[in-house]
Design a protein around this ligand. Structure first.
Ligand code: DWN
Length: 392
């Protein structure tokens, strides 16, 4: 049984940055979140068709965030060292920061966004511009054989049909192959009140508890969990075919920690919903007070997360003058829904602003380090994670 616990209101597509001409045609949907009593899976209630989100216009390229490039390089080295895969498949390869650490001749990329699959194809990698399905896994198996390592980062939680996704993995995984994927951790989101991980691209938010159930019902065993700091707290999940590998202590540890927090209890989600409403009240209150005092606020990082915050809280140009982002495809456009202009960091003088809201709070240290001059001149940062606060 699915039980709704959070209604974030009407939302646009989180990464659909737009021009002024496109304002009148903008697509919106109801962003509500529910919990499945049986599997314990948290999902958004009304899924948005994936073709509307992931297409050749998709602007988030992983290589633009240099800490993530380093993360994928070290992940690839670690997996090579431990599992020594002779064949590798990446689901959701984006512009290639993970797969390009592997040999072209034995690697396959799957990426539905044509702008990115072209990039890996140009580097000589077999790239399939498709969504991941059992049908596609059959086709790839036919051409390339089974895979020793299947990897996906920030991708599996983007797919609606998890049973088909895991069935497709099971179909193409070699007998002793491993399936490794990482996505934001539901426990960390609940602990930190980071409701901004909820948007159209994340039809599911994964707990280890729910994944253990969903993988099991598809013939896969979750045997290891690494807790990661990336994206504000993610889990790297390792799975293999049933009875091919021992389940490690990290699985039980994570299941215990989630149980202690109440991840398997609906009341936990009702409490979270109250915290989200409180966060909205406090953030809007703080931004209004600052602007009422005649001070100016800008925002750093035109993230999918900030699309959720700004639309849920009703924060527009009257509170935040401009958003800066390092992604060329976002610059010169407007943020989804609330239409705040996006500019390159180089095109604004940050010293004209008194406050900078961290749309990319997950890169807080990197940004604070880059913007030392802002702080030395009295500038302050604002975040809503774990609670609404200003700091310098
Ligand atoms: O799963 C997803 C994750 C991995 O990435 C996707 N569904 C969408 C996307 O989510 P996001 O937009 O919330 O991700 P990030 O990685 O928090 O985005 C950071 C943004 O901030 C990028 O557009 C780059 C920008 N940035 C910046 O302007 N200055 C980043 C840094 C580090 C900076 O200093």
């Amino acid at each position: 049984m699915f039980r709704e616990f959070l209604d974030l209101g009407r939302h646009p597509i989180a990464n659909a940055f737009l021009t002024e001409k496109e304002f009148s045609d903008e697509f919106f949907f109801d962003l509500k979140v529910c919990w499945d009593d049986d599997s314990k899976l948290v999902s958004i209630k009304d899924f948005v068709e994936p073709e509307r989100i992931f297409n050749s216009e998709y602007p988030y390229n992983t290589s633009n965030s240099f800490p993530m490039v380093a993360h994928f390089k070290s992940t690839a080295e670690m997996l090579k060292e431990e599992f020594k895969p002779k064949s590798v498949l990446e689901i959701g390869s984006n512009d290639g920061p993970f797969i390009t650490n592997f040999d072209r001749d034995t690697s396959v990329c799957v990426e539905p966004c044509g702008n990115f699959s072209l990039k890996t194809a140009h580097k000589g990698y077999q790239s399939y511009t498709y969504f991941w399905t059992t049908e596609l896994s059959e086709k790839i198996k036919h051409h390339h054989g089974t895979m020793d390592l299947i990897y996906a980062a920030n991708c599996i939680c983007h797919i609606h049909d998890l049973d088909d996704t895991f069935n497709a993995v099971d179909n193409i995984l070699s007998d002793n192959g491993v399936f490794v994927f990482e996505d934001p951790s539901l426990l960390r989101i609940l602990e930190r009140g980071s409701y901004d991980q909820i948007y159209d691209e994340h039809p599911h938010i994964f707990s280890v508890t729910a994944l253990n159930n969903v993988l099991k019902r598809n013939g896969l065993t979750l045997f290891r969990v690494d807790n990661l700091s990336v994206h504000g707290g993610s889990n790297r999940i390792y799975a293999a075919r049933e009875n091919t590998i021992d389940v490690e202590d990290s699985v039980l540890d994570n299941l215990m920690r989630e149980k202690e927090f109440g991840v398997d209890n609906f009341q936990t989600y009702e409490i979270f919903a109250d915290r989200v409403a409180e966060s909205k009240k406090n953030l809007v209150g703080l931004l209004r007070k600052i602007t009422d005092d005649g001070k100016r606020i800008m925002s750093i990082g035109a993230t999918a997360k900030s699309t959720t915050v700004f639309n849920y809280c009703g924060i527009g140009k009257e509170l935040i003058d401009v958003i800066t982002d390092t992604t060329l495809d976002k610059q010169g456009k407007f943020s989804p829904g609330v239409h705040i202009p996006i500019m390159s960091r180089e095109d604004i003088n940050i010293l004209d602003y008194d406050y900078a809201y961290l749309g990319a709070w997950n890169f807080k240290d990197v940004i604070a380090n880059k913007e030392r001059e802002f702080v030395e001149n009295g500038g302050k940062f604002i975040t809503h994670v774990p609670t609404v606060m200003e700091f310098s």
